[in-house]
Design a protein around this ligand. Structure first.
Ligand code: ZN
Length: 54
């Protein structure tokens, strides 16, 4: 398998890595669109967003 050399694909992959929510209760990663934690069903989610390195 070839490594991902396509910069567009890398950008998409990184974008998806950043688009996550972290549960404040159990620390599980959830989709950014999730309103409830998939593990403990808590609604106390915070977005895990970081600046992209420029
Ligand atoms: Zn949770």
């Amino acid at each position: 398998m070839a490594p991902i050399d396509d910069p567009v694909k890398r950008k998409i992959a990184r974008y998806h890595l950043l688009e996550k929510s972290v549960c404040r209760r159990c620390g599980a990663l959830n989709p950014i669109k999730a309103t409830k934690c998939r593990r403990c069903h808590s609604k106390d989610l915070r977005p895990k967003k970081r600046e992209l390195t420029k």
